[in-house]
Design a binder for this molecule. Structure first.
Ligand code: FAD
Length: 287
């Protein structure tokens, strides 16, 4: 594979809760930075619980690295004025990219969502708010297996279309394990006339039980073959890491063969597995 044929990559991190986690995050950022991702995104805790930590992490990325950060932002538990203040603070900190999300219900995934009375109700409203302030690249979430609250595919795709019409220029997907589902989703999106890049979100299966539990909450299916495959993996960290890397390499290679040009990795603030997986895409830290 030549350097020019390498696909684009980007990474997601979450804001650290403790000094120890902060040190681990920065070790990962330093290890992954030489791979020159097109951007690195930082999540926003449920209910806006990490507002300051997300901002501080993103602002530090601007100050101390050459990476282009993207700040996640949600609609939950905040008025429009409060959310707009966060958006303006990002502009002041030199952040030019926001991943605009509705956020999960304040009582947790699976409970009923009620928009804040004075807030942005859904992601499309937030995208419009960010676009009205101006100056930001805007990415949004997308769901190859349909968002659990979308009753039909028409509802799902119409919602994505609304987000694009409001100003989003990229969709990043929920993670998935069955690449056929991603391809079918992409066909639906394109058939609806939506032409923005749809970037698959790739999660390294560092801990199968944890990832499968997370998948259940978010509506991502776990193929039986994958469950059986990880059931055969030994208990040692080395064996688990090897299994995660092998599956990740197979998935990105398969998606690449299907024409994917950009991969977004849910790093879980770890550099090791992602570094090994992106080697299958032609990336090497010494590049
Ligand atoms: P929306 O696009 O608003 O859609 C959510 C649901 O509401 C859909 O079923 C849609 O059809 C429906 N809907 C839309 N508009 C209306 C309307 N007007 N009336 C009725 N129904 C409507 N969560 C966090 O808390 N922090 C994060 O940092 C974070 N990062 C994420 C990153 C990615 C790439 C993804 C895919 C998800 C992320 N999430 C995050 C999770 C996300 O907040 C949840 O999946 C949430 O439930 C939906 O967010 P959304 O932006 O897709 O919502």
């Amino acid at each position: 594979m030549t350097a020019s044929s390498k696909p684009t990559i980007s990474f997601e991190f979450f804001p650290p809760k403790t000094e120890k986690m902060e040190a681990a995050l920065w070790r990962s950022i330093e290890a992954l930075a030489p791979l020159e991702p097109s951007f690195v995104s930082v999540t926003y805790g449920a209910g806006g619980s990490t507002r300051e930590r997300t901002h501080d992490t993103v602002a530090r990325i601007v100050r101390e690295t050459k990476l282009a950060p993207a700040a996640h932002l949600t609609c939950v538990s905040a008025t429009r004025e409060e959310v707009d203040a966060v958006i303006r603070a990002y502009a002041e900190a030199g952040v030019g990219h926001i991943v605009a999300l509705r956020g999960d219900p304040a009582d947790g995934v699976g409970s009923a969502y009620a928009p804040h009375p004075g807030g942005y109700a859904y992601a499309s409203d937030l995208v419009a708010g960010i676009a009205a302030i101006g100056g930001f690249e805007i990415s949004v979430g997308a769901y190859p297996e349909r968002h659990p609250e979308s009753a039909t595919w028409d509802v799902e795709i119409d919602n994505l279309k609304r987000k694009v019409d409001a100003g989003a220029s990229r969709a990043i997907t929920q993670f998935f394990f069955d690449d056929d589902l991603f391809e079918s989703f992409l066909e639906r999106v394109r058939a609806a006339g939506v032409s923005i890049p749809v970037v698959p979100g790739i999660i390294p299966v560092h801990n199968f039980t944890a990832v499968a539990g997370f998948a259940e909450k978010t509506g991502a299916s776990v193929p039986k073959a994958l469950t059986e495959r990880f059931a055969r993996v030994g208990e040692s960290v080395e064996e688990r890491n090897r299994a995660a890397i092998d599956f990740g390499i197979e998935q990105v290679a398969d998606l690449r063969a299907r024409g994917v040009e950009h991969f977004h990795f849910y790093t879980m603030n770890r550099a090791d597995l992602v570094t090994d997986i992106v080697q299958a895409l032609g990336y090497h830290c010494e590049d």
